[in-house]
Write a protein that binds this ligand. Structure first.
Ligand code: RRO
Length: 310
């Protein structure tokens, strides 16, 4: 039997492959589709203190090798995501709440609310690129540290942070040092690459309406950047901190490469939005086939064992 199970802070995932916070996970109906699929866990849309409608449409567009979005954090408010947890938990999978805010006290309020829910894990989103006038928190190291301090003080649940992509080794090192001194159990790496731009050359127009057409880039375009982030953080973080890889996972080969780079769990965003919930079964099957061919029985057999050249 090929084993693709994984564990974060004592929470067991039968499969290491699940959805990413973002597409098709805002309502109970959408989340139930994930619950009934072969996804190893259920991740909910990032929630805020107040209900948010998000940015004007069009705000998500599929493009040749991925997607661009400027959703603007549309969600039904943290109370809704607290209320639906019993229904979602009845499917027996780990349930992950994703939390977003403008400042640390908003994070505190939402984290406290989930302490008394039956959510298993909290994902603290420090990397939404699409709220007008608000920077990505993960690029502000001081603010990131402050929020992690507050969450660490109040959370009774295992928690981690969802990070934006980094591109410079100095930034990786600075963030890794903050993460190593925090109480996180994991990082989720990467969110979409912020502020990309697509143009329809025929109409001479941008593809999405918010922010003059700028939005987060997802899908195949971002896999090399995502792999680099997983790999670099695997080198720099204390071994107790697990890595959840996201960014351009469409196939078993992609999943294999992320685990080889050091990932423990994998999340599918754009690829899930494009293919629907059956993708979890397909990618899991393809990953198992690769492992069988290579003689690997579990993810530990090759996790982080990427070879470099002498
Ligand atoms: O809702 C969004 O616009 C959004 C969020 Br919160 C996020 O974290 N990443 C993204 O690409 N879009």
């Amino acid at each position: 039997m090929i084993d693709i199970s994984a564990n974060i802070s004592g929470v067991h995932f039968d499969s290491c492959i699940m959805n990413a916070s973002g597409p098709l996970d805002t309502t109970l109906e959408e989340l139930t589709d994930i619950a009934m699929s072969r996804a190893g866990g259920i991740v909910m849309k990032s929630c805020t203190v107040e209900v948010r409608e998000g940015n004007p449409e069009p705000r998500y567009v599929d493009v040749e090798w991925g997607s661009i979005n400027s959703m603007g954090l549309p969600n039904l408010g943290y109370k809704y995501y607290n209320e639906i947890t019993p229904k979602l938990k009845s499917y027996g999978k780990p349930l992950i709440a994703s939390i977003a805010g403008a400042e640390s006290q908003e994070y505190r309020k939402i984290v406290e609310s989930f302490n008394s829910s039956n959510v298993d894990i909290l994902e603290i989103n420090l990397s939404c690129p699409n709220v007008v006038g608000r920077p990505q928190i993960g690029y502000d190291f001081e603010m990131s540290e402050e929020i992690m301090g507050v969450v660490g003080d109040v959370s009774d649940k295992p928690w981690g942070v969802k990070l934006p992509p980094y591109f410079d080794f100095v930034h990786f090192e600075e963030m890794a040092s903050i993460l190593n001194n925090s109480k996180i159990s994991f990082i989720v790496s990467i969110n979409s690459i912020g502020n990309a731009l697509f143009i329809d050359w025929e109409t001479e127009k941008v593809l999405i309406k918010p922010k003059g057409g700028f939005g987060g880039l997802g899908g195949k375009y971002i896999k090399p950047t995502a792999l680099a982030n997983v790999r670099k953080f695997a080198e720099l973080l204390n071994k107790r901190i697990k890595i959840v890889g996201v960014g351009g996972v469409y196939s078993g080969i992609d999943a294999f490469e992320f685990i080889l780079s050091g990932a423990t769990l994998l999340q599918l965003g754009t690829s899930f939005a494009q293919e629907g919930p059956q993708i979890f079964e397909r990618v899991s099957r393809e990953l198992k086939e690769i492992m069988e061919k290579k003689g690997y029985a579990s993810l530990e057999d090759f996790r982080g064992k990427l070879k470099v050249m002498d």
